[in-house]
Ligand binder design. Structure first.
Ligand SMILES: C[S@@+](CC[C@H](N)C(=O)[O-])C[C@H]1O[C@@H](n2cnc3c(N)ncnc32)[C@H](O)[C@@H]1O
Length: 221
């Protein structure tokens, strides 16, 4: 395919993805059934890969969506879910009946400095790579606190009737079958040094970024 055609295809795909995700964030009742239909249990297995990295204390689930991870986080720590979408929070409130849900933008978190021992974010939108978000995560994390992001998941075994769905997913996501921003140093922040981890799940794998809040005396600036 000539270069300009490739670029056009990429642009169409990008716009389609933005439109589709925006629709899902507005009509959140559709989010869990759709992700289950496409990815089966994998989506939840990918989310759960954050759990071994979460210590006791207070955990913030940033971009918590329908709140599917909150019950499990609450078995380990006091968990608060933040999301910008009212529709997502409405669905989440059925799971987190005792509250702990806050409507806020990731770049402007209504919490005091050093409130959390962990911040997790699973399948975040573009907000996660913005410097304003990473600065806020740094601010609300206590020194030594962890920042754990599931940036993407990949199905390596589309079996049985899910094979055609796998083909459609590849069409939708393009080369990036995991549907995420590219890896590299996209989540790098001077006060949040971290590493990439690939964690195997029953029919695929998840890509995680695990960082720790540097002590202010050791941070580079
Ligand atoms: C793909 S969903 C992931 C939801 C959930 N964490 C999961 O694992 O399924 C991304 C979420 O980020 C939320 N979001 C998008 N932009 C945001 C922002 N600037 N601040 C906070 N949440 C945001 C969306 O409303 C949506 O619920």
């Amino acid at each position: 395919m000539p270069m300009s055609d490739k670029r056009r295809t990429r642009e169409i795909r990008r716009r389609l993805q933005l439109w589709a995700f925006d629709q899902l964030y507005r009509h959140a009742w559709f989010y869990d059934p759709l992700s289950r239909f496409v990815f089966g249990d994998e989506w939840h297995h990918w989310r759960q890969t954050v759990l071994p990295f979460v210590g006791p204390g207070r955990v913030l689930d940033l971009g918590c969506g329908t709140g599917a991870l909150l019950p499990e986080l609450r078995t380990r720590a006091t968990a608060i879910g933040v999301d910008w979408s009212r529709s997502m929070l409405r669905v989440a409130s059925r799971r987190a009946r005792d509250g702990g849900l806050v409507r806020a933008a990731a770049a402007n978190l209504p919490f005091r400095d050093a409130t959390f021992t962990s911040v997790v974010s699973t399948f975040p939108a573009q907000f996660i790579v913005e410097r304003s978000t990473l600065d806020e995560v740094t601010r609300v994390l206590a020194p030594g606190g962890r920042f754990i992001v599931v940036l993407g998941g990949e199905v390596t075994d589309w079996h049985g009737w899910r094979r055609p769905i796998g083909a459609l997913a590849r069409l939708f996501y393009g080369d990036r079958v995991d549907g995420t921003v590219p890896r590299g140093d996209v989540l790098a922040h001077p006060s949040l040094p971290g590493d990439w981890h690939t964690v195997e799940t029953p029919r695929g794998r998840a890509l995680l970024w695990v960082a720790s809040r540097a002590d202010s005396t050791t941070a580079e600036g």
